[in-house]
Design a protein around this ligand. Structure first.
Ligand SMILES: Nc1ncnc2c1ncn2[C@@H]1O[C@H](COP(=O)(O)OP(=O)(O)OP(=O)(O)O)[C@@H](O)[C@H]1O
Length: 222
């Protein structure tokens, strides 16, 4: 196995002096290619901050994030945006689908934004695995929550990113749908050799991961 993602001495402090919040306080993390990792911890422990740093959505106060050999702090904002679009797929709790675009258009949206041609065969395969092949012409509003989240997963996988980052992807779903969605995410990541890092509050969902990373007060605890 090879390391796809690594952090060293990662810190993110918000504010200064008495109001300083140490959201991340020295995180050393190493994630191997193709693994499915759950990040757990109480509210305010630093999970979303960590995911934002891993995805290059925000810059750390100090420390390093290296993805596929690329150290993110060495990239300009513009380079980081391109790197993110090409190498990282994001899945959020509230799906973030575009209501005026149908399912297929939503799935390929980030690829077209990047000026690339979608790999139709690959995406159809992903859509099929996620049970969306009969829904490609539907608008998001006509889908259930679970179906909308599956569209968001297909969109995240469509550009074949090395890493998929998911922030509470099942937060708005009932237990059975959550199990299904995470099971599918696990299957697709295995099938397409993608690394998945997922935040969850739900211990049962966390148990579905290959590894669990627990974070407390901005630090990883074992
Ligand atoms: N932009 C910000 N400005 C100031 N403080 C922030 C900011 N973002 C997060 N924090 C603080 O950093 C700490 C970690 O927040 P974070 O959102 O990473 O926690 P979390 O574990 O994801 O929480 P939750 O499970 O509730 O989403 C919290 O104390 C939070 O209040």
């Amino acid at each position: 196995m090879s390391t796809i993602l690594q952090t060293r001495g990662l810190k993110k402090y918000y504010g200064k002096g008495e109001t300083e919040v140490r959201a991340l306080d020295g995180v050393d993390l190493q994630i191997e290619r193709g693994t499915f990792v759950a990040i757990v911890g109480t509210s305010g422990s630093g999970k979303s901050t960590l995911l934002n740093m891993l995805g290059g959505l925000d810059r750390p106060t100090s420390g390093k994030v290296t993805i596929a050999g690329e150290e993110l702090s060495k990239l300009s904002d513009e380079q980081l945006t391109v790197f993110r679009r090409k190498r990282i797929g994001f899945i959020f709790q509230n799906y973030n689908l575009i209501p005026t675009l149908n399912v297929w258009e939503n799935i390929i949206f980030p690829i077209t934004l990047d000026g690339q041609k979608p790999d139709k065969k690959f995406i159809m395969n992903v859509a099929k695995m996620l049970g969306l092949d009969g829904k490609l012409d539907s608008l998001p509003n006509n889908l259930s929550g679970g179906q909308q989240q599956r569209v968001a997963i297909a969109r995240a996988l469509a550009s074949k990113p090395a890493i998929v980052l998911a922030d509470e992807p099942t937060g708005n779903l009932d237990t059975r749908t959550s199990d299904n969605v995470v099971g599918l995410l696990k299957t697709t990541s295995r099938e397409f050799h993608q690394t998945v890092v997922m935040i969850t509050h739900n211990p049962e969902i966390a148990q579905m991961a290959d590894y669990i990373v627990r974070i407390e007060d901005g630090k990883i605890v074992v």
